[in-house]
Design a protein around this ligand. Structure first.
Ligand SMILES: [Zn+2]
Length: 191
């Protein structure tokens, strides 16, 4: 279990001390320095199986395509997120916050397209309809606390789900994600 004291963002590099660092090539430069949106996702590989290491493999372009039928559809896919939180609450960072991770895809927030340009992406290990773990909520709140401390443009109304910015394509983080378990000071009155 990570204590809140152990998570510290190095704003010079954009890497979080206290998290595991697993640098991904799947990123590029932001068009400008603005970071003003936080996007919540879920992922598990194969879907519904946890702790397989396959998410980490996908985000670092090392997924063994032959290991599972589902992976065939993921061949050649270049994706990433800034952060991944395992069922045990362990945080892995793949891309510096200063860089543009490839998590949102075709997306739009408040009439502004290409959310990757100005957002941070957090993946919870999971699926839409299975309760996330207490450890995940605890780590998520610690992470969001630290991020919003350094990126004040991420106001409560600018923390959203992937399904909010790509409603035709995406359903994550799904009904299993309890928005009220994000601390109120970050979340405001979202229902
Ligand atoms: Zn997503």
């Amino acid at each position: 279990m990570q204590s809140s004291q152990s998570l510290t963002l190095d704003t010079a590099t954009g890497w979080l001390n206290g998290a595991k660092h697993l640098p991904s090539e799947n990123h590029n430069a932001r068009p400008n320095a603005e970071i003003s949106l936080l996007v919540m996702h879920n992922i598990s590989l194969p879907p519904g199986q946890f702790g397989t290491g396959m998410v980490e493999a996908l985000f670092t372009n090392q997924l063994p395509i032959d290991a599972h039928p589902y992976f065939t559809d993921l061949e050649g896919l270049k994706v990433s997120a800034h952060f991944f939180i395992s069922r045990e609450g362990a945080i892995t960072q793949f891309v510096s916050c200063k860089d543009r991770a490839w998590h949102a895809g075709i997306s739009e927030f408040m009439h502004r397209k290409n959310c990757n340009d100005f957002s941070l992406g957090i993946e919870l290990e999971g699926v839409d309809d299975q309760a996330y773990s207490d450890a995940q909520y605890q780590s998520l709140n610690q992470l969001v606390n630290e991020l919003t401390k350094h990126y004040p443009l991420i106001t409560p109304d600018r923390i959203c789900g992937h399904s909010d910015i790509a409603p035709e394509r995406k359903t994550d983080p799904g009904p299993a994600f309890i928005w009220q378990r994000l601390q109120a000071k970050h979340l405001g009155e979202r229902s």
